[in-house]
Write a protein that binds this ligand. Structure first.
Ligand code: NAP
Length: 416
């Protein structure tokens, strides 16, 4: 048996070599993602109980490993070493597609040769809170796979828990299948997981970053459920893309300047100026909607720059649902708007298994396009993350080939 196989060279089914190629981050390279990733040869990790080794065909590119490369806000390598893990490197990649190559003792519902999409939701199924009935994604044991855990998708073999393997929709190529799960399932939970504030037919939804990964998925999910997506973008080209995906209207955020933290309430001049800004943004929302109604759901992930606007604009008894803070973590809330109008500010983090399977059904049946707009090679993993860090990436989702070949990249999608 060979000790290592080239990228794209498939070992005999089920044969696991000792070594593999991996795109690796080390703490002395923390910094701009373009320089933080480097291809190295690493030992293939041993299988534990309930675990599965997946021969990776393609991987999605997400913010998780922008943060991992920067070493901020969390030094993921240091955090794991403090908990006793031996490795002084990080192999990231929080979603992907591939073939089940080896199955550990006790692993269920998977067999060697299965074609799967790997979901990023990781938890300990034996944890007391899960056994007591908690939604696993809220468990104290929950982690983002390929970010908080090691041996993610950016290597020839990835180590996953059995439940992370979701059957791959046949109609998708490897690269398409690698790109929709993280953003798609996150947006699906945001829009359907927080009763009674779920997307309802005919109700408007405001979506920040409409052409981005989350935004492109959220727009299509809102449409599929009968809601009316109005999206925010920063360029005409991104706006056109969002309209093609089903947005009823698009707002260019560069037409406004009231972003960022709220002014001091005692500073009435600055506060009045802020109110003018947010009200003119609200007027634009009505224009795009074609009627004077507020969004019943605001899908947030931008954080500091936009939270005050989201809270102000959201309808009475509506919900601002937030899964990130790209622009910063200090989200100012004018509590008067929150309690007087009985609004809900809801944190939301990835998705549970039911939500992963349901969003996969929407993709498999063609209701949601994976919106794959960039496919890179293994050596371009760092560059793809750098583009994302610089907000210079193309609309939609990005993927990189791991063992897949360029000739397998056929697209089922309509948006790229
Ligand atoms: P993405 O593809 O880069 O899209 C984000 C969009 O946000 C960009 O296209 C950009 O659109 C917009 N944006 C950036 N800075 C902005 C600002 N200052 N004000 C308004 N809009 C801004 O990224 P993504 O994959 O959708 O992820 C977005 C965030 O969600 C990241 O922070 C990520 O970590 C987080 N996230 C969290 C989870 C979770 O489970 N908790 C899952 C997925 C993502 P325009 O410039 O066109 O406006």
């Amino acid at each position: 048996m060979k000790q290592i196989y080239d990228l794209g060279e498939m070992p005999p089914t089920g044969v696991v070599p000792d070594k593999m190629y991996a795109s690796v981050i080390r703490s002395d390279r923390y910094g701009p993602p373009g320089k933080a990733f480097r291809t190295e040869i690493i030992d293939v990790p041993p299988l534990g109980r309930g675990q599965v080794l997946v021969y990776m065909m393609a991987a999605g590119v997400n913010y998780n490993n922008v943060w991992a490369a920067l070493g901020k806000p969390v030094d993921v390598i240091g955090a794991r070493r403090r908990k006793g893990e031996a490795e002084d490197f990080h192999i990231g990649g929080s979603e992907g597609s591939g073939i089940v190559w080896a199955v550990g003792d006790g692993a269920r519902d998977v067999k060697v040769g299965d074609h799967v999409v790997v979901s990023p939701g990781f938890w300990d199924e034996t944890a007391p809170d899960i056994r007591a009935g908690a939604d696993p994604i809220t468990s104290s044991t929950q982690k983002a796979w390929g970010y908080e855990t090691n041996f993610g998708a950016f290597a020839q073999f990835a180590l996953v828990q059995d439940y992370q393997c979701i059957p791959k929709p046949d109609r998708l190529s490897w690269v398409e299948a690698a790109a929709y799960m993280l953003t798609g399932a996150t947006a699906y939970r945001q829009l359907t997981g927080w009763n009674p504030n779920v997307v309802r037919p005919g109700e408007p939804v405001l979506i920040w970053g409409g052409s981005g990964g989350l935004g492109s998925m959220a727009t299509q999910i809102t449409r599929a459920l009968g809601g009316i997506p109005i999206t925010v973008v920063s360029s005409e080209q991104r706006g056109e893309y969002s309209l093609r995906l089903g947005a009823q209207g698009v707002i260019n955020r560069n037409d406004f300047g009231h972003w960022g933290r709220l002014p001091d309430i005692g500073d009435s001049d600055a506060f009045d100026l802020w109110l003018q800004g947010v009200r003119s943004f609200g007027t634009r929302f009505w224009e795009k909607l074609g009627e004077r109604r507020a969004p019943t759901i605001v899908l947030e992930h931008v954080g500091q720059d936009t939270i005050p606007t989201s809270i102000y604009l959201c309808d009475n008894a509506g919900m601002v649902v937030l899964c990130g803070g790209t622009s910063g973590y200090h989200g100012d809330v004018d509590l008067r708007f929150l309690w007087m109008r009985q609004k809900r500010l809801q944190g939301s983090h990835f998705a549970n298994l039911r939500q992963c399977h349901e969003v996969t059904q929407l993709v498999a049946r063609g209701y949601i396009d994976p919106c794959l707009s960039y496919v890179g090679s293994f050596e371009e993993i760092g560059m793809a993350h750098q583009l994302m860090h610089d907000n210079a990436h193309p609309p939609g989702n990005m993927a990189v080939r791991i063992n897949a070949h360029a000739e397998d990249d056929q697209y089922s999608g309509c948006t790229s």
